[in-house]
Design a protein around this ligand. Structure first.
Ligand code: AMP
Length: 280
């Protein structure tokens, strides 16, 4: 496995590759969620590239850019064991030059970002799309693997690929959870013992919502009441229901309905997200 930190060397290595290439874009601090994407890519492609880059332009002012966990050595070991061929882990200046505030950006349309995470994280998805587009261009990957954990991100990237005719297949990968159902996230490292317990309300609310739907409750207002009661120990930013194919809001659950939650735990104020398809 090669660890590459500069664009010139990456381009040279890409030229030498033959066969299909899978790309797994990450911000590092790798956990089993990331590893599920990596495993799928290794299975489905001749070569797998994992990018590890804490992308400053997708963080908003006041967010956790500085304290975001950076664990390259451990990540590299995990990638090596998983059969990754190349890790691309550039510095910010390598990716963006000296002025990261003066870049050409890809900005997804207002409709896609003026809701859910995009509402509180202004400019976040511009940063995501721009770095992902750059990684697609640099790696010339045939497939790229994204987690359904970040459902709005996945939707927006699929739209970007379609709208801009990127020659790449986006492979969605299911959410990996801890045994107690907490969705894995690099940000779970911020949680203290109490926060960790409190955070379980998020997945509990989603699983209970699924149970209600199974019992025939399809009115999202009723489901929201129940979910908010379960999550009353949290500072809930949103609980919303969308059609997973369009990300349009819906008031009645059907087989395409995706329920999405963002909430902060009390002690560390860590913001967590999760989602679930409600139809079995
Ligand atoms: P991140 O490093 O948080 O930017 O995540 C990199 C990729 O891993 C994204 O496509 C995420 O959706 C995916 N991912 C993160 N957590 C999980 C999880 N618990 N299950 C599946 N995929 C995940």
């Amino acid at each position: 496995m090669k660890i590459i930190d500069n664009i010139k060397e990456l381009k040279e290595e890409i030229k030498k590759l033959s066969g299909s290439v899978g790309l797994v874009p990450t911000m590092g601090a790798l956990h089993n969620g990331h590893l599920s994407l990596i495993k799928k890519s290794v299975e489905e492609n001749d070569k797998t590239i994992v990018s590890i880059f804490v992308n400053p332009i997708q963080f908003c002012a006041g967010e956790d850019l500085d304290k975001y966990p950076r664990t390259l050595e451990k990540d590299a070991q995990l990638c090596e064991n998983a059969g990754v061929d190349i890790i691309f882990a550039p510095k910010v200046s390598e990716m963006y030059g000296q002025d990261k505030n003066n870049l050409t950006l890809i900005c997804p349309p207002y409709d896609a970002v003026d809701k859910l995470c995009g509402k509180s994280r202004q400019g976040h998805f511009d940063g995501v799309c721009s770095v992902v587009a750059k990684l697609f261009n640099l790696t010339k990957a045939n497939r790229a693997y994204f987690g359904q954990k970040d459902a709005q991100q996945l939707f927006i990237i699929q739209k970007m690929v379609k709208d801009l005719d990127f020659d790449i297949e986006i492979i969605p990968c299911p959410i990996v959870r801890e045994e107690d159902n907490l969705a894995l996230s690099s940000r779970n490292q911020y949680l203290d013992e109490q926060d960790r317990l409190d955070a379980l309300s998020i997945s509990k609310a989603l699983f209970e919502a699924k149970k209600l739907v199974k019992m025939g409750v399809l009115d999202t207002k009723k489901i929201i009441d129940n979910s908010l009661e379960i999550m009353k120990n949290l500072d809930v930013e949103y609980i919303e229901f969308v059609d997973m194919n369009t990300f349009e809001f819906t008031e009645t659950v059907d087989k395409n309905t995706l329920a999405l939650v963002a909430a902060r735990v009390q002690n560390s104020k860590t913001r967590l997200i999760d989602n679930m398809v409600l139809w079995d």
